[in-house]
Design a binder for this molecule. Structure first.
Ligand code: NAP
Length: 250
């Protein structure tokens, strides 16, 4: 791998979609900055993802940081820039769920989900956006959800956070566009990851009925959409939300 390889920073990449995106972008020739939550288990998982990226020929390093923490994101951005010189692609992927019906939802449930899923996107766009502005190029890809576009009963906090990401994507596309930076969102439907593995068989069956392709998506199918938006073929696409849901929300 040449030292001129572009660098992609992916948040929440110790498992699930983020891990899959890291491997796909490594295969596409990017150097990879793997962010994970700073717990022992997540760091160990992130190192496994890093090893897989290295086997694909990528330069890679793990950067543990809680993306809901503004100062931690600033520190991580500095470290990634020092290690790789540029940050060409930022994928804001980290996310959690704490589901519950609106009238039973606690303030803690709401705050936890909005700070990890939504405020993190501000934190990362704020710091990495400044780096990209100076570089005069960059791609930001925010992972939203169909729940943010159409709502989902039981996910008031999650839907709010994912809808907020769309607003941030559109505004950042307008503000950063003049510096050659594109900003897009990907809105997955139901994808087979640890996040959806916890769904009951009953919920799973109900979901499948609503999906014309009659299957859950695979992580590789989201990673493919991210790779497209990060790649040369998407150079004139900005301010868009790419829905990848097997026609579920049509
Ligand atoms: P996942 O397997 O649970 O992965 C999410 C990752 O984010 C985990 O590695 C998690 O670490 C990490 N994370 C959580 N809080 C963090 C924090 N404060 N700082 C840094 N990292 C943190 O979920 P997934 O299915 O891959 O989801 C990835 C993204 O896609 C999320 O934004 C999710 O909302 C979105 N999405 C997923 C689906 C789907 O069907 N799977 C559909 C629509 C949208 P821990 O393991 O420590 O929590």
């Amino acid at each position: 791998m040449s030292h001129l390889a572009k660098t992609a920073l992916i948040t929440g990449a110790s498992q699930g979609l983020g891990a899959c995106m890291a491997k796909r972008l490594a295969k596409d020739g990017f150097s990879i900055a793997v962010n994970c939550y700073p717990s022992e288990q997540d760091i160990a998982n992130a190192h496994e993802v890093a090893a897989a990226c290295r086997e694909l020929g990528a330069e890679v390093e793990v950067f543990p940081a809680d993306v809901s923490d503004f100062a931690a994101c600033e520190e991580m951005t500095k470290k990634v820039k020092e290690r790789f010189s540029t940050i060409d692609v930022l994928v804001n992927n980290a996310g959690i769920t704490k589901d519950g019906l609106l009238v039973r939802m606690s303030e803690a449930q709401f705050d936890a989900v909005t700070s990890v899923n939504y405020k993190s996107v501000f934190n990362m766009c704020r710091h990495v956006g400044a780096v990209m502005m100076r570089q005069k190029h960059g791609r930001i890809i925010n992972i939203s959800s169909v729940a943010g576009l159409y709502g989902n009963a039981g996910q008031f906090n999650y839907s709010a956070s994912k809808a907020g990401i769309v607003g941030m994507t559109l505004t950042a596309a307008k503000e950063l566009g003049p510096r050659g930076i594109t900003v897009n969102a990907v809105a997955p439907g139901f994808i087979r990851t640890p996040m959806t593995d916890v769904l009951s068989e009953q919920v799973r069956e109900k979901c499948l009925e609503a999906i014309p392709l009659h299957r859950f998506g695979e992580p590789e199918e989201i990673a493919g959409a991210v790779a497209f938006l990060a790649g040369d073929d998407a150079s004139y696409i900005s301010g868009q939300v790419l829905v990848v849901d097997g026609a579920m929300s049509m």
